[in-house]
Design a protein around this ligand. Structure first.
Ligand code: LLP
Length: 404
């Protein structure tokens, strides 16, 4: 995405033209960026060619997942809906892992029938339930156990998952007990040790710590794990000056770990694959002048993009046409929803804006549309995939009649 002759463009398409043709608010994805991210991810870990299972929760668009599938990626799913979507997108069941603390009997039943690669269990009760269902079906099911490594991912508390106070995974003591339970079961095959310590991680050190914990615990179990699932969590830079994750160091730490514990590595990346692929295009409805700041009231709102309201996330916000005049007042970009948290960002020295102009929020490809809702009975935006100069509708805009 860049300005060409002062007009913001994605690949070869001018943002203002998209707004004119498809209306606003609109989600757009860049195919070029998607391809680049997947190839970079593969390159970063190519020495041990991991199985890359795209975390469907980060973006659930069927057509986008189809494109991801074409690069050979598998899927990490956390519900029956996501599993059905991954299968519909053509992802090979032997490349699907199922995570989550609350899989229902119906979901476990469905996952067993679909012969997916692994059900990653997160509690003693869940393992017993998988065992019970597998026995009824007279099947042997491949499972993983998600360990809670009690490692601080040094990320936002709302998206940290690997500390002992989090609901995720199983503590070391229970983990060790469950190994013998699994070894004695005729219906369970314990193939995988899985972890996921959090999201938007920009420091490689928590990953190193997590690998040390795994190393020690595997030594204690003496169990041979065919797969080690390291989860996702690799962060992206939401603004130009934020730090970047050092993939080289993470890669070296894994290589060292593999020398001692040879196994197939699985990753479950979401954000690092689709985060910077997506843009949210919106139009200024009104500019409401106020004493200290002006409210830029957009036609996109917190129902379309929840991350700022939910986590205080900051998305780079740009005008579709660049001009030189700078506003003296602070601009507060908000949506029309009846909540004070329906606010995207406050910016100083932004270029002077006019009503009806177009504003773009960047890096919304992960947990943008997938976290959206119909709050205030607002129909969900259209989703477009841009490939060079080609624009394809990959999900239609909802209509009011779909909701009423
Ligand atoms: N695997 C598991 C088990 C997960 O729970 C998650 C994310 C991932 C993989 C993918 O993580 P990623 O590579 O995308 O960081 N809604 C929040 C993020 C929540 C992440 C939840 N779990 C946000 O918008 O920042």
């Amino acid at each position: 995405m860049k300005y060409i002759k002062k007009r913001l463009t994605i690949d070869k398409v001018v943002i203002d033209d998209i707004a004119k043709k498809f209306g606003t608010p609109t989600y757009c994805y860049s195919y070029t960026q998607l391809k680049k991210n997947i190839n970079n991810f593969k390159k970063n870990f190519k020495s041990f060619s991991p199985l890359i299972c795209f975390a469907i929760k980060s973006n659930t668009n069927l057509n986008l997942i189809r494109e991801i599938q074409k690069f050979g990626l598998g899927a990490d799913v956390v519900s029956m809906g996501e599993l059905m979507m991954a299968l519909k997108a053509g992802i090979n069941p032997k490349k699907i892992v199922f995570s989550g603390v609350g899989k229902t009997s119906k979901e476990i039943d469905y996952a067993i029938d679909k012969k997916i690669l692994l059900i990653n269990a997160e509690s003693k009760s869940e393992i017993k339930e998988i065992d019970r269902i597998a026995r009824l079906k007279k099947k042997k099911v491949q499972i993983g156990i998600r360990l809670n490594p009690n490692t601080d991912a040094k990320t936002l508390s709302q998206i940290s998952t690997g500390k002992k106070e989090n609901k995720f995974g199983i503590n070391e003591k229970t983990f060790l007990e469950l190994i013998s339970f699994c070894q004695n079961s005729k219906n369970i095959n314990l193939e995988c040790l899985s972890v996921h310590i959090g999201s938007q991680i920009l420091d490689h050190k928590p990953y190193e710590k997590m690998l040390n914990v795994l190393d020690k615990i595997i030594d204690k179990t003496k169990h041979k794990f065919k797969f080690i699932d390291l989860g996702g969590g690799m962060g992206i830079s939401y603004n130009d000056n934020s730090k970047k994750l050092n993939y080289q160091k993470y890669n070296s730490a894994i290589k060292k770990f593999l020398k001692k514990h040879p196994s197939k590595i699985i990753f479950e990346p979401g954000r690092s694959i689709v985060g910077d692929v997506g843009f949210l295009i919106s139009r200024i409805i009104y500019i409401k002048e106020n004493e200290k700041k002006d409210f830029i009231i957009l036609d996109a709102a917190m129902n379309d993009l929840m991350r700022p309201a939910l986590y205080g996330a900051n998305h780079k916000t740009l005008p579709s046409i660049k001009r030189n005049q700078i506003s003296k007042k602070i601009y507060e970009f908000v949506g029309p929803i009846c909540e004070s948290t329906d606010k995207f960002v406050s910016l100083k020295k932004f270029q002077k804006l006019k009503e009806k102009e177009i504003i773009v929020m960047c890096d919304v490809g992960a947990y943008g549309m997938s976290l959206s809702s119909n709050y205030n009975l607002r129909p969900k935006p259209v989703e477009l995939l841009i490939k060079g100069s080609n624009i394809r509708i990959i999900k239609k805009r909802q209509k009011h009649t779909d909701l009423i």
